[in-house]
Design a protein around this ligand. Structure first.
Ligand SMILES: [Zn+2]
Length: 491
């Protein structure tokens, strides 16, 4: 063994990790960025193509207006300043999935700069700077397996060639793998709220590369960095960063030198491997794209685009805490996706008591969804159903036990609450005499609590309500129970 198990923890305090992330996000436009081809994912290979995105000589690119609007929306949501004039540039490199021999991107004049995302850390909130957000086209895809002759050839699918992307480059402000994870989680949440991408990592709509280096604590200059590419989940990025940081420390501690290079993460082994040296790969010979005019986003257009910006997650949570009297943690759960938050607020607006709706969603609905592995969009109980059940509980028509039973049935049969309620409307005991009889029995059986109540401890009534509901197997009308109990106990 070269190192003792304690070595990493001991060296961790000596070095400061420096991490920067580059995130590529595909925009949800109907058509590609420079031609009218469809962006639909999963179509047969090479069916969404034309001379422009095939890179044939002659045809000219035409910029997709909607792609610009989506990029501006995302950049604004990330607190960036939109530059009124930005320039498209050719990034020259050779790769089989790039038939033109260059990618149209933005270089020294990007669309947006100087943004930030605020993340939570154990030491409190921290701002991670965003250097730039720029527009570019995606490349095609090399298919190394999955086809009948994959053993013999690598195939090319150019459906993805020309799909609009934004690249979001962070400042090297990230200090731990956990912070990187948190940054990516917030970033994805914000982009999803803007609706400009589905951020589906399995389909490659969100891809992340990480630049990582270490330096002795207190040192100003950065250490040599390595780049970890194409990691396909946030959890794996955290693991890859943990591995890379430890590798850097071990190399430096043993007197070695970090080589600047691109590395790939193998999630199965939990290790990174050298892919190519970065030393000479840097020369992309950028120059302004002669086939496209400078991109101008004037005040009027900008104002028009920004009007589409929805309330963003952080602001929404703060408002919901104030408006519905729920906790911060509950607000986080209810705003995990915009769809969930929208649906909750729709139900809250329709019901008499929004707080009760929040409690039902948090405890009774989300719990059952989780158990079944369903998203809120797939819930058998609609938000209209939740609102209806909340009102029935509020008016005392449904006890909480009845409500839970009906929710169980709705999930079992895959039917919405109103339908289940109509069919299964619980037989409630609304017969005053029958309830009075149960009350008399409960009071007789609990003389101590009766004494407490009459001695002034009025909260004991909740105990009696519980006992009566239990004795009636949850079928007594709760409003009636309350009314009759108050009367009886006051005698
Ligand atoms: Zn095309």
């Amino acid at each position: 063994m070269a190192t003792s198990p304690e070595a990493p923890a001991a060296t961790r305090s000596k070095y400061e990790p420096v991490i920067g992330l580059e995130v590529h996000v595909q925009l949800l436009t109907q058509t590609k960025i420079f031609c009218g081809c469809s962006t639909q994912f999963g179509n047969p290979p090479n069916t969404n193509v034309c001379p422009v995105c095939l890179g044939l000589p002659g045809p000219l690119p035409v910029l997709n207006r909607r792609a610009v609007e989506f990029a501006v929306l995302a950049a604004t949501a990330l607190n960036c300043k939109i530059d009124r004039t930005s320039i498209f540039a050719r990034k020259n490199y050779f790769y089989p999935d790039l038939p033109k021999g260059y990618q149209i991107s933005q270089f020294d004049k990007p669309l947006a700069e100087h943004g930030y995302i605020e993340i939570k850390t154990p030491a409190g909130p921290k701002r991670i700077g965003i250097t730039r957000v720029h527009l570019e086209e995606d490349a095609g895809k090399s298919l190394h397996d999955g086809l009948p002759d994959s053993g013999q050839w690598t195939s090319i699918d150019l459906n993805r060639s020309g799909v609009p992307l934004i690249e979001i480059v962070s400042e090297p402000d990230i200090s731990t793998p956990d912070e990187a994870y948190e940054y990516l989680t917030r970033l994805k949440e914000i982009i999803l709220y803007t609706g400009v991408s589905d951020c589906n990592m399995e389909e490659g709509s969100l891809r992340c590369d990480a630049n990582v280096s270490i330096r002795p604590r207190g040192q100003k200059e950065f250490g040599t960095k390595t780049e970890v590419k194409n990691v396909n989940s946030f959890r794996f990025i955290r693991q890859a960063l943990e591995y890379e940081l430890e590798r850097h420390e071990q190399v430096v501690e043993s007197g070695g030198r970090i080589v600047q290079e691109t590395r790939l993460y193998n999630a199965g082994e939990g290790k990174t491997y050298s892919m190519r040296s970065k030393e000479q790969a840097h020369d992309y010979r950028y120059f302004p794209e002669p086939d496209l005019l400078p991109l101008l986003v004037d005040e009027k257009w900008l104002a028009q685009i920004v009007r589409e910006l929805p309330e963003l997650p952080e602001a929404r949570r703060a408002r919901m805490v104030a408006q519905y009297g729920i906790t911060e943690a509950d607000a986080v759960t209810l705003t995990v996706t915009r769809a969930r938050a929208d649906q909750f607020e729709e139900a809250a607006a329709a019901a008499k008591n929004p707080k009760r709706v929040a409690n039902l969603v948090l405890s009774d609905l989300l719990g059952r969804l989780k158990a079944k592995g369903l998203d809120i969009e797939q819930s058998p109980i609609s938000m209209r159903g939740v609102a209806m059940s909340a009102d029935l509980a509020e008016s005392g028509t449904l006890s909480s036990k009845m409500l839970k039973d009906l929710y169980d049935l709705a999930f079992e049969r895959g039917e919405d609450f109103p339908a289940i309620y109509e069919k299964e409307k619980p037989q409630q005991i609304t017969d005053t005499a029958a309830i009075e009889e149960i009350i008399a029995g409960v009071i007789a059986a609990n003389p101590k609590q009766l004494e407490q109540y009459r001695g002034g401890k009025k909260t004991v009534i909740a105990f009696f309500v519980g006992q009566v509901m239990k004795a009636s197997k949850g079928q007594a009308n709760p409003a009636l129970v309350n009314e009759l109990l108050s009367k009886k106990l006051a005698e």
